[in-house]
Design a protein around this ligand. Structure first.
Ligand SMILES: [Zn+2]
Length: 308
Protein backbone atom coordinates (compact mmCIF):
# COMPACT_ATOMS: atom_id res chain seq x y z
CA UNK A 1 0.00 0.00 0.00
CA UNK A 2 1.45 3.44 -0.92
CA UNK A 3 2.33 5.44 2.15
CA UNK A 4 -0.03 8.36 1.53
CA UNK A 5 -3.10 6.04 1.24
CA UNK A 6 -2.68 4.91 4.81
CA UNK A 7 -4.62 7.63 6.62
CA UNK A 8 -7.71 7.04 4.42
CA UNK A 9 -7.55 3.29 4.97
CA UNK A 10 -7.35 3.80 8.70
CA UNK A 11 -10.34 6.15 8.69
CA UNK A 12 -12.37 3.64 6.65
CA UNK A 13 -11.45 0.81 9.01
CA UNK A 14 -12.37 2.85 12.08
CA UNK A 15 -15.71 3.87 10.52
CA UNK A 16 -16.56 0.28 9.62
CA UNK A 17 -15.71 -0.93 13.12
CA UNK A 18 -17.82 1.73 14.81
CA UNK A 19 -20.75 1.26 12.44
CA UNK A 20 -20.90 5.00 11.95
CA UNK A 21 -23.00 5.97 8.98
CA UNK A 22 -24.24 2.39 8.58
CA UNK A 23 -27.70 2.12 7.11
CA UNK A 24 -30.25 0.38 9.36
CA UNK A 25 -33.40 -1.31 8.05
CA UNK A 26 -35.24 1.44 6.15
CA UNK A 27 -38.59 -0.20 6.87
CA UNK A 28 -38.19 -0.16 10.64
CA UNK A 29 -40.64 2.31 12.16
CA UNK A 30 -41.48 1.03 15.63
CA UNK A 31 -40.44 2.63 18.85
CA UNK A 32 -40.15 0.64 22.03
CA UNK A 33 -43.43 0.58 23.94
CA UNK A 34 -43.42 0.03 27.70
CA UNK A 35 -44.80 -3.35 28.84
CA UNK A 36 -45.26 -4.61 25.26
CA UNK A 37 -43.85 -8.13 25.42
CA UNK A 38 -42.20 -8.41 21.97
CA UNK A 39 -40.20 -5.25 22.67
CA UNK A 40 -39.01 -6.33 26.11
CA UNK A 41 -35.96 -8.23 27.30
CA UNK A 42 -36.43 -11.08 29.75
CA UNK A 43 -34.87 -8.96 32.49
CA UNK A 44 -37.52 -6.28 31.92
CA UNK A 45 -40.23 -8.94 32.14
CA UNK A 46 -38.68 -10.25 35.35
CA UNK A 47 -38.69 -6.72 36.72
CA UNK A 48 -42.32 -6.17 35.70
CA UNK A 49 -43.26 -9.35 37.59
CA UNK A 50 -42.26 -7.66 40.84
CA UNK A 51 -44.95 -5.03 40.17
CA UNK A 52 -47.78 -6.97 38.53
CA UNK A 53 -49.15 -10.44 37.85
CA UNK A 54 -51.54 -9.22 35.12
CA UNK A 55 -51.40 -9.80 31.37
CA UNK A 56 -53.64 -8.41 28.63
CA UNK A 57 -54.01 -10.79 25.68
CA UNK A 58 -55.92 -9.28 22.74
CA UNK A 59 -57.96 -11.69 20.62
CA UNK A 60 -58.25 -10.21 17.14
CA UNK A 61 -58.74 -11.15 13.51
CA UNK A 62 -57.21 -10.97 10.06
CA UNK A 63 -60.22 -10.26 7.91
CA UNK A 64 -61.43 -7.93 5.21
CA UNK A 65 -62.45 -4.48 6.40
CA UNK A 66 -63.50 -2.91 3.12
CA UNK A 67 -61.17 -1.28 0.60
CA UNK A 68 -60.07 1.49 2.98
CA UNK A 69 -59.04 -0.39 6.15
CA UNK A 70 -56.31 -3.01 6.63
CA UNK A 71 -56.95 -6.75 7.00
CA UNK A 72 -55.35 -6.46 10.45
CA UNK A 73 -57.81 -3.81 11.70
CA UNK A 74 -59.16 -5.83 14.63
CA UNK A 75 -55.90 -7.24 15.97
CA UNK A 76 -54.00 -3.97 15.46
CA UNK A 77 -56.70 -1.87 17.12
CA UNK A 78 -56.95 -4.39 19.96
CA UNK A 79 -53.19 -4.30 20.50
CA UNK A 80 -53.10 -0.51 20.44
CA UNK A 81 -55.90 -0.31 23.02
CA UNK A 82 -54.07 -2.82 25.20
CA UNK A 83 -50.83 -0.82 24.96
CA UNK A 84 -52.67 2.37 25.93
CA UNK A 85 -54.12 0.60 28.97
CA UNK A 86 -50.66 -0.69 29.94
CA UNK A 87 -49.21 2.83 29.93
CA UNK A 88 -51.77 3.89 32.52
CA UNK A 89 -51.62 0.84 34.77
CA UNK A 90 -48.61 -1.41 34.96
CA UNK A 91 -49.63 -4.65 33.20
CA UNK A 92 -48.02 -6.79 30.50
CA UNK A 93 -49.39 -6.79 26.93
CA UNK A 94 -48.87 -10.13 25.17
CA UNK A 95 -49.83 -10.50 21.49
CA UNK A 96 -50.43 -14.19 20.93
CA UNK A 97 -52.18 -14.65 17.60
CA UNK A 98 -53.19 -12.46 14.66
CA UNK A 99 -56.12 -14.38 13.05
CA UNK A 100 -59.41 -15.11 14.77
CA UNK A 101 -62.69 -16.75 13.82
CA UNK A 102 -64.01 -15.04 10.67
CA UNK A 103 -65.52 -17.69 8.35
CA UNK A 104 -68.13 -15.27 6.98
CA UNK A 105 -65.45 -12.98 5.54
CA UNK A 106 -63.62 -15.71 3.59
CA UNK A 107 -65.20 -14.61 0.30
CA UNK A 108 -62.88 -11.60 0.31
CA UNK A 109 -59.15 -12.08 -0.41
CA UNK A 110 -56.82 -11.93 2.55
CA UNK A 111 -59.17 -13.15 5.26
CA UNK A 112 -57.79 -15.95 7.42
CA UNK A 113 -60.16 -17.84 9.70
CA UNK A 114 -59.16 -20.35 12.36
CA UNK A 115 -61.55 -22.73 14.12
CA UNK A 116 -62.68 -21.71 17.60
CA UNK A 117 -61.04 -24.86 18.97
CA UNK A 118 -57.61 -23.87 17.62
CA UNK A 119 -57.82 -20.29 18.85
CA UNK A 120 -58.78 -21.18 22.41
CA UNK A 121 -56.02 -23.83 22.57
CA UNK A 122 -53.36 -21.37 21.44
CA UNK A 123 -54.37 -18.72 23.98
CA UNK A 124 -54.79 -21.27 26.77
CA UNK A 125 -51.34 -22.72 26.14
CA UNK A 126 -49.76 -19.28 25.89
CA UNK A 127 -51.29 -18.36 29.24
CA UNK A 128 -49.81 -21.54 30.71
CA UNK A 129 -46.32 -20.43 29.62
CA UNK A 130 -46.73 -17.08 31.33
CA UNK A 131 -48.14 -18.75 34.46
CA UNK A 132 -44.95 -20.76 34.85
CA UNK A 133 -43.06 -17.51 35.27
CA UNK A 134 -45.41 -15.95 37.79
CA UNK A 135 -48.13 -14.22 35.80
CA UNK A 136 -51.45 -15.13 37.32
CA UNK A 137 -54.22 -12.82 36.14
CA UNK A 138 -55.31 -12.67 32.50
CA UNK A 139 -57.37 -9.98 30.82
CA UNK A 140 -58.69 -11.35 27.55
CA UNK A 141 -59.34 -8.34 25.32
CA UNK A 142 -61.70 -9.34 22.56
CA UNK A 143 -61.26 -7.10 19.53
CA UNK A 144 -63.54 -8.88 17.03
CA UNK A 145 -67.27 -9.59 17.49
CA UNK A 146 -66.90 -13.10 16.09
CA UNK A 147 -64.53 -14.05 18.94
CA UNK A 148 -66.90 -13.14 21.77
CA UNK A 149 -67.72 -16.65 22.96
CA UNK A 150 -64.19 -17.91 22.28
CA UNK A 151 -62.75 -15.15 24.46
CA UNK A 152 -65.14 -16.02 27.26
CA UNK A 153 -64.23 -19.69 26.89
CA UNK A 154 -60.49 -18.92 27.13
CA UNK A 155 -61.16 -17.06 30.38
CA UNK A 156 -63.34 -19.91 31.68
CA UNK A 157 -60.71 -22.55 30.86
CA UNK A 158 -58.03 -20.58 32.69
CA UNK A 159 -60.33 -20.21 35.71
CA UNK A 160 -61.47 -23.84 35.79
CA UNK A 161 -58.30 -25.68 34.81
CA UNK A 162 -55.36 -23.69 36.17
CA UNK A 163 -54.22 -21.64 39.15
CA UNK A 164 -54.66 -18.55 36.96
CA UNK A 165 -57.58 -16.15 37.06
CA UNK A 166 -59.10 -14.58 33.96
CA UNK A 167 -61.79 -12.17 32.82
CA UNK A 168 -62.90 -10.86 29.45
CA UNK A 169 -61.79 -7.23 29.65
CA UNK A 170 -64.61 -5.64 27.63
CA UNK A 171 -67.27 -7.19 29.85
CA UNK A 172 -65.29 -6.47 33.02
CA UNK A 173 -64.84 -2.83 32.07
CA UNK A 174 -68.45 -2.30 30.97
CA UNK A 175 -69.77 -1.17 34.39
CA UNK A 176 -67.04 1.48 34.51
CA UNK A 177 -67.92 2.96 31.13
CA UNK A 178 -69.26 6.44 30.86
CA UNK A 179 -71.48 6.69 27.84
CA UNK A 180 -69.42 8.76 25.46
CA UNK A 181 -70.31 7.43 22.06
CA UNK A 182 -68.63 10.09 19.99
CA UNK A 183 -70.16 13.32 18.81
CA UNK A 184 -73.94 13.10 18.38
CA UNK A 185 -74.95 12.29 14.84
CA UNK A 186 -77.38 14.53 13.07
CA UNK A 187 -80.78 13.19 12.05
CA UNK A 188 -82.04 9.61 12.14
CA UNK A 189 -79.73 6.86 13.37
CA UNK A 190 -78.20 4.97 10.45
CA UNK A 191 -77.16 1.32 10.15
CA UNK A 192 -73.41 1.22 10.82
CA UNK A 193 -71.55 -1.96 11.62
CA UNK A 194 -68.52 -3.80 10.17
CA UNK A 195 -65.83 -1.41 8.82
CA UNK A 196 -68.31 1.46 9.05
CA UNK A 197 -67.94 4.93 10.54
CA UNK A 198 -67.36 3.67 14.09
CA UNK A 199 -64.59 1.24 13.20
CA UNK A 200 -63.04 3.57 10.60
CA UNK A 201 -62.89 6.34 13.21
CA UNK A 202 -61.18 3.97 15.65
CA UNK A 203 -58.58 3.12 13.02
CA UNK A 204 -58.08 6.80 12.13
CA UNK A 205 -57.11 7.36 15.76
CA UNK A 206 -55.28 4.11 16.58
CA UNK A 207 -53.45 3.27 13.32
CA UNK A 208 -53.73 6.45 11.18
CA UNK A 209 -51.17 5.53 8.52
CA UNK A 210 -53.09 2.37 7.63
CA UNK A 211 -56.38 4.04 6.70
CA UNK A 212 -56.94 5.19 3.12
CA UNK A 213 -60.24 7.05 2.99
CA UNK A 214 -59.70 7.82 -0.69
CA UNK A 215 -60.46 4.13 -1.34
CA UNK A 216 -63.80 4.25 0.49
CA UNK A 217 -66.98 4.17 -1.57
CA UNK A 218 -70.65 3.66 -0.68
CA UNK A 219 -71.50 0.00 -0.18
CA UNK A 220 -74.45 -1.64 -1.87
CA UNK A 221 -76.09 -3.82 0.78
CA UNK A 222 -78.05 -6.87 -0.31
CA UNK A 223 -79.35 -8.46 2.88
CA UNK A 224 -82.03 -11.15 2.78
CA UNK A 225 -85.49 -9.57 2.76
CA UNK A 226 -86.48 -10.73 6.28
CA UNK A 227 -83.32 -9.18 7.78
CA UNK A 228 -83.64 -5.98 5.79
CA UNK A 229 -87.07 -5.52 7.35
CA UNK A 230 -85.60 -5.65 10.89
CA UNK A 231 -83.02 -2.92 10.25
CA UNK A 232 -85.12 0.06 11.44
CA UNK A 233 -85.71 -1.63 14.83
CA UNK A 234 -82.08 -2.73 15.06
CA UNK A 235 -80.90 0.81 14.39
CA UNK A 236 -83.43 2.21 16.88
CA UNK A 237 -81.74 0.10 19.57
CA UNK A 238 -84.37 -2.60 20.18
CA UNK A 239 -82.27 -5.25 22.00
CA UNK A 240 -84.48 -8.16 20.93
CA UNK A 241 -84.43 -7.10 17.30
CA UNK A 242 -80.64 -6.85 17.50
CA UNK A 243 -80.32 -10.30 19.07
CA UNK A 244 -82.54 -11.96 16.48
CA UNK A 245 -80.88 -10.01 13.65
CA UNK A 246 -77.34 -10.95 14.69
CA UNK A 247 -78.24 -14.61 15.26
CA UNK A 248 -78.69 -14.91 11.50
CA UNK A 249 -76.31 -12.23 10.26
CA UNK A 250 -72.65 -12.61 9.34
CA UNK A 251 -72.64 -16.37 9.00
CA UNK A 252 -70.49 -18.51 6.73
CA UNK A 253 -71.71 -18.96 3.17
CA UNK A 254 -72.04 -22.74 3.79
CA UNK A 255 -74.86 -22.17 6.30
CA UNK A 256 -77.13 -21.09 3.45
CA UNK A 257 -78.34 -18.06 5.41
CA UNK A 258 -77.16 -15.70 2.70
CA UNK A 259 -75.37 -13.47 5.20
CA UNK A 260 -71.65 -13.89 4.54
CA UNK A 261 -70.12 -10.50 3.74
CA UNK A 262 -69.62 -11.40 0.06
CA UNK A 263 -73.39 -11.97 -0.14
CA UNK A 264 -74.55 -8.85 1.70
CA UNK A 265 -72.10 -6.10 0.72
CA UNK A 266 -70.18 -5.38 -2.47
CA UNK A 267 -67.32 -3.52 -0.72
CA UNK A 268 -67.03 -5.62 2.46
CA UNK A 269 -68.28 -2.65 4.50
CA UNK A 270 -71.55 -3.37 6.33
CA UNK A 271 -72.84 0.12 6.86
CA UNK A 272 -75.21 2.60 5.28
CA UNK A 273 -73.39 5.60 6.70
CA UNK A 274 -71.18 7.90 4.69
CA UNK A 275 -67.61 6.90 5.61
CA UNK A 276 -66.62 10.55 5.25
CA UNK A 277 -68.34 11.06 8.61
CA UNK A 278 -65.46 9.10 10.20
CA UNK A 279 -63.13 11.23 12.29
CA UNK A 280 -60.02 10.98 14.43
CA UNK A 281 -61.92 12.73 17.21
CA UNK A 282 -64.70 10.15 17.24
CA UNK A 283 -62.08 7.39 17.34
CA UNK A 284 -60.20 9.11 20.13
CA UNK A 285 -63.34 9.39 22.26
CA UNK A 286 -64.14 5.71 21.76
CA UNK A 287 -60.58 4.60 22.54
CA UNK A 288 -60.31 6.81 25.60
CA UNK A 289 -63.68 5.63 26.93
CA UNK A 290 -62.43 2.05 26.65
CA UNK A 291 -59.01 2.74 28.16
CA UNK A 292 -60.52 4.74 31.02
CA UNK A 293 -62.98 1.96 31.90
CA UNK A 294 -60.38 -0.82 31.53
CA UNK A 295 -57.94 1.00 33.83
CA UNK A 296 -60.72 1.61 36.38
CA UNK A 297 -61.57 -2.10 36.37
CA UNK A 298 -57.91 -3.15 36.72
CA UNK A 299 -57.38 -0.78 39.65
CA UNK A 300 -60.53 -2.12 41.33
CA UNK A 301 -59.37 -5.70 40.79
CA UNK A 302 -56.01 -4.90 42.38
CA UNK A 303 -57.86 -3.38 45.32
CA UNK A 304 -60.28 -6.29 45.75
CA UNK A 305 -57.54 -8.85 45.40
CA UNK A 306 -54.03 -7.55 45.94
CA UNK A 307 -51.11 -9.32 44.27
CA UNK A 308 -49.56 -12.06 46.41
ZN1 LIG B 1 -63.38 -5.19 12.68
Amino acid sequence: MPKKMLPLAIIAAVLAASGAGAQTNPLWGETKVKNYLPHMSWTEVEDLLTRTDMVIMPVGALEEHGPHLPIGTDILNGLERAKLVAQRTDVLVAPILFPGNSPYHLGFPGTISLPAETIQQVFFQAAQSLMRQGFKRFLILNAHGGNRVISQYIADRINHETAGIAVELGAAAAPFRQETRGEPTSGEPVFDRHAGVGETSSSLYLTPDLVDLSKARPATLTMPEHLERMVPEVVAGDPTALRVFLAESLKAEETGKGTSTREITDTGVWSERDLEESSVERGRLAAEAFVEAAVAFIERWKELRPME
